[in-house]
Design a protein around this ligand. Structure first.
Ligand code: SAH
Length: 344
């Protein structure tokens, strides 16, 4: 008999399963409390031994095991977690004024092929289970010893390429029986899978959606992001406006600045133009990220002056522009670099 992935279950599913094993309902609540704390079956001390043995026999814990941990001078911590089949993913812990946030991976590798990104260098190995996303949060919280109050789905992988598992994860992590992290403290970043953005709008989850835009015209965007050949700006940006109109949740556009590629004042003007053409009906916010150079890629980040001028050009068109604070730059705390090294 195949063992069940216990950490991917909601409280209701777990209760039903526990009852089917001939156990009283309240055991499900006890087990759930242990799971949230990252305990193994043998540590669940208030369960009778026969039940613990039964759990071992019929269920498995998809726990992410830390194999590497890098601590930055600014308090950012990056983990390389090993999954049960030997796959590895990265998770980053960040301390912000508004609370502790963890950036999780949704896939081992990534199929999207963005030109500047280390996560996609070797393609997609596999998608993560809801339990494997949850375990990254649980294990990190356990290691840090402080409550995690926010999550960003901006690690390795394209969350909307792993749609059903990501939605299940969101339900699990937001559940009061689980980690109880409110949807408003969760951000999901996508390279722009339009059909999935449309589906997400129907889920009615008050999360924050980030769109990785990175260019203001199709030609440049297609060279940086192959996904643009399937879903170009004319498809993506109206879908963003629809999303806003349905959910009333503000969208953030991510724009990675690559020196000489997309960082000139004219690019900023073009960006403002295209955003007004398709998204004039919503608040416009662009988050600028000087590209993090990846050894294999050869892109250089824009200098501070270009970043400032780019931001000013957007602001002068009444588009809010923020510049991503670089946390953990001394530990390479972004974009699949640890995993890539672990595959070599
Ligand atoms: N697949 C999703 C989420 C993961 S990447 C997405 O594309 O949005 C999270 C963010 O980091 C994305 O905006 C991505 O484009 C950006 N990113 C990837 N590699 C980067 C690099 N080398 N420098 C700066 N940003 C990078």
């Amino acid at each position: 008999m195949e063992r069940i992935d216990i950490l991917s279950m909601t409280k209701e599913e777990l209760t039903e399963w526990i009852v089917s094993l001939g156990e009283p309902k309240y055991r499900a609540a006890q087990i759930m409390e242990w799971l949230v704390r990252g305990a193994g079956f043998s540590e669940m001390k208030n369960l009778p031994l026969p039940l613990r043995t039964k759990l071992e026999a019929h269920a498995y814990l998809a726990a992410a095991a830390p194999v590497k941990k890098l601590v930055s001078s600014d308090g950012t911590v990056k983990y390389l977690y090993r999954l049960h089949d030997g796959e590895a993913v990265e998770t980053v812990f960040m301390r912000y004024q508004h609370g502790n946030t963890v950036c999780i991976s949704t896939e081992a590798g990534c199929p999207m092929g963005c030109a500047f990104c280390a996560s996609t260098l070797k393609g997609l190995s596999r998608r993560l289970l809801p339990s494997e996303m949850l375990s990254q949060v649980i294990e990190t919280q356990k290691d840090i010893g402080e409550r995690i109050s926010g999550i960003v789905l901006m690690g390795i992988g394209e969350p909307l390429d792993n749609y059903d598992n990501v939605i299940k994860f969101l339900h699990l992590v937001a559940s009061p029986d689980g980690l109880n992290i409110g949807y408003r403290h969760i951000s999901l970043s996508t390279c722009g899978l339009v059909d999935k953005i449309q589906r997400l709008a129907e889920e009615n989850l008050p999360i924050t959606l980030s769109i990785s835009l990175h260019a203001a015209d199709d030609e440049t965007r297609s060279t940086l992001m192959p996904v643009n050949k399937k879903w170009n700006l004319e498809a993506l940006l109206p879908a963003c406006l629809d999303y806003f109109e349905k959910t009333k949740r503000r969208i953030s556009f991510e724009y990675t600045l690559v020196e000489g590629k997309n960082d000139r004042r004219a690019d900023a003007q073009k960006l403002a133009d295209v955003l007004y053409r398709y998204c004039a009906g919503m608040p416009l916010h662009v988050n600028l990220i000087p590209v993090n150079p990846v050894r294999e890629r050869g892109f250089q980040p824009s200098n501070q002056g270009s970043v400032r001028r780019f931001a000013e050009a957007l602001e002068s068109r009444r588009i809010t522009a923020t510049v991503r604070r670089r946390l953990g730059s001394d530990i390479d705390a972004s974009c699949g670099q640890l995993r890539a090294a672990s595959l070599e």
